[in-house]
Design a protein around this ligand. Structure first.
Ligand code: NAD
Ligand code: UDP
Ligand code: UDP
Length: 309
């Protein structure tokens, strides 16, 4: 098949492009390099099954493809809040363009949504049926409202134009090719530990997250895309094993052998207190569950950061 991956030069997108090529597909990678980089895909450029196009999906795109993974969108808070209007445009105009394309060429489309659509959740763990607590006017809103609108658009194209759609709600994912400067917990802690700098815990570090290793996540995305047409999602994809941020920091110090100190900094506005996916739906409909434990995934990620720093 000919498969379009938007955001294909980013963290998740570049791993996905690799795996799709391994499966024998032709991959068209579209990216504007806002947070992605050529370094992430340079090893694919000589592969005849791989094609790269610099393009911003807020503008129309006319290509012929069988499937679309719509991943384009900055994912870390410092990057999506850098130009919040562009973030909303990427999620909303970008989704409209990719849906228009899917409609014209009759392609199946998968949207990378996010656990952020659950906001600071009142139910724990989060199931797909939870309807979310909402604040439209805070700095994080450009990201989660854009993603929610994209989900709505997919379901409207599904009902109105009979498109084959898949919505994945991705929870915190980590691994090689995370940007060292993207301000996320995993990348900050590793870089700080390796450089001997203070490890910055926001708040008291009692807030929780559940971390999914990139290979597990990519497998989940591919299984969802390959699932029967009746499966639309939304489907939670993430690792259900929950850690406090303090536990993550301590584990990072141990695995790097670092003597950095833990220091405490103010908690960012509207930082969710706890987050853990309920993956019952993914387990039952996709026969998918993560297999890489945090310690193992962190080791591989630390090795990557070591080689790059
Ligand atoms: P990333 O920032 O590494 O990748 C996003 C890619 O999209 C980058 O290559 C960027 O240059 C590109 N991009 C941004 N705006 C674009 C535009 N207008 N046109 C074309 N390309 C554009 O982030 P990631 O972690 O790989 O995230 C990929 C997707 O998964 C995003 O949609 C994100 O919201 C979603 N997601 C990621 C996580 C996570 O933990 N990494 C969690 C939930 C959801
Ligand atoms: N679009 C695109 N590529 C295509 C087909 C459509 O980028 O191959 C864009 C097009 O510019 C339009 C959007 O997708 O703005 C939505 O298309 P749709 O056909 O759903 O709506 P309409 O064109 O009727 O507004
Ligand atoms: N965090 C932290 N120190 C850092 C960076 C992040 O304690 O140097 C915290 C952040 O406040 C949040 C958690 O780590 O509670 C996860 O943040 P990240 O940006 O990685 O993911 P998200 O908030 O989008 O789940």
């Amino acid at each position: 098949m000919k498969i379009l991956v938007t955001g294909g030069a980013g963290f998740i997108g570049s791993h996905l492009c690799e795996k799709l090529i391994d499966q024998g597909h032709d991959v068209l990678c579209v990216d504007n390099y806002f947070t992605g980089s050529k370094d992430n895909i340079v090893h694919l450029l000589r592969n005849p099954r791989f094609e790269m196009m610099r393009h911003d999906i807020t503008f129309p795109l006319y290509v012929e493809v069988d499937r679309i993974f719509n991943l384009a969108c900055p994912a870390s808070p410092i990057h999506y809040q850098f130009d919040p209007v562009q973030t909303t445009k990427t999620s909303v105009h970008g989704a409209i363009n990719m849906l228009g394309l899917a409609k014209r060429v009759k392609a199946r489309i998968l949207q990378a949504s996010t656990s952020e659509v659950y906001g600071d959740p009142e139910v724990h763990p989060q199931t797909e049926t939870y309807w979310m607590r909402d604040n439209t006017i805070v700095p994080r809103a450009c990201y989660d409202k854009g993603k929610r609108c994209a989900e709505t658009l997919l379901f409207d194209y599904y009902r109105q134009h009979k498109l084959e759609i898949k919505v994945a709600r991705i929870f915190n994912t980590y691994g090689p090719r995370l940007l060292p400067v993207d301000g996320r917990g995993v990348s900050n802690f590793i870089v700080q530990a390796l450089c001997g700098e203070d490890v910055t815990i926001y708040g008291e570090g009692t807030q929780t997250r559940s971390f999914c290793y990139i290979d597990d996540l990519v497998e989940g995305l591919m299984k969802l895309m390959d699932s029967g047409a009746e499966i639309t999602g939304p489907v939670n994809l993430g690792n259900p094993v929950e850690f406090t941020m303090r536990e993550l920091a301590e584990m990072t110090l141990k695995l790097t052998g670092s003597r950095s100190k833990l220091v405490f900094r103010p908690l960012p506005q509207d930082d969710p207190r706890q987050r853990q996916p309920d993956i019952t739906v993914a387990r039952s409909t996709l026969a998918w569950a993560p297999t890489v434990p945090l310690g193992e995934g962190l080791k591989r990620t630390i090795a990557y950061f070591k080689s790059m720093l």
